[in-house]
Design a protein around this ligand. Structure first.
Ligand code: CU
Length: 221
């Protein structure tokens, strides 16, 4: 009899405790599942709101660029534009053409090679430089691309020396490096002889564009 009481007394609380534990476990599981579902729902709403899917149809952008020799005037305005005053005695040594002497200086005007953009493959009509890019002076032209684009530059060397085109910020293979290649070989595009032509091909990858904290466009020089 004592044995029976002992069985009832010890077995019942055990069964009740086990059931209670299982109920608590289920409640915890259900509430956790509801919270997870809610967080997922929030994230789904957040994604829809913050990062709408924008599809950009990638393009191939084509440029016609020639290298040309020009006499470039480094002091076009004839005075110190930065200081708003005439050149002083030190500036004048570099900003004024001096007759050759014992200590000749390069002076104000010099023969330079620069890049000029043309409208097409005939390289006869230079592209108009719009007012907002005229401050570039001897730099330019500007090559623009959006991530995903390909860029093709038809290049012509109109100078009397070997030239090439070398870009930063775009992806390319060795043939479009436009400079001696660091594997010991030279890419085909690194030496364009006078009157020579070449086609450079570049790609705008993710790293070409602005990062998350940068403005909508970035400049590579
Ligand atoms: Cu470089």
């Amino acid at each position: 009899m004592g044995k029976k009481k002992l069985t009832i007394a010890s077995g019942r609380p055990y069964t009740v405790k086990k059931l209670q534990f299982m109920k608590n476990l289920m409640r915890t599981f259900i509430s956790t599942a509801i919270i997870i579902a809610f967080i997922l729902l929030l994230n789904a709403c957040k994604k829809d709101k913050v990062t709408p899917i924008v599809t950009y149809p990638a393009k191939t952008r084509v440029y016609y660029i020639a290298a040309e020799e020009v006499i470039w005037d480094y002091a076009l305005q004839g005075y110190d534009v930065y200081m708003g005053m005439p050149f002083d005695s030190i500036d004048s040594v570099y900003a004024v053409n001096l007759p050759l002497g014992p200590t000749p200086h390069i002076g104000r005007k010099n023969l330079k090679a620069r890049y000029i953009e043309y409208t097409d493959s005939t390289f006869t009509t230079p592209k108009t430089i719009i007012p907002q890019w005229q401050h570039l002076g001897i730099l330019g032209p500007v090559i623009r691309a959006i991530v995903g684009d390909s860029v093709i530059v038809y290049y012509k060397n109109n100078t009397t020396i070997n030239t090439s085109l070398h870009v930063h910020g775009l992806e390319y293979d060795a043939s479009s490096e436009g400079a001696p290649y660091n594997n010991g070989t030279n890419g085909a595009g690194d030496i364009i002889v006078p009157k020579g032509k070449y086609m450079y091909k570049y790609f705008a990858r993710d790293g070409s564009g602005p990062g998350p904290t940068q403005p909508s466009s970035i400049v590579w020089i």
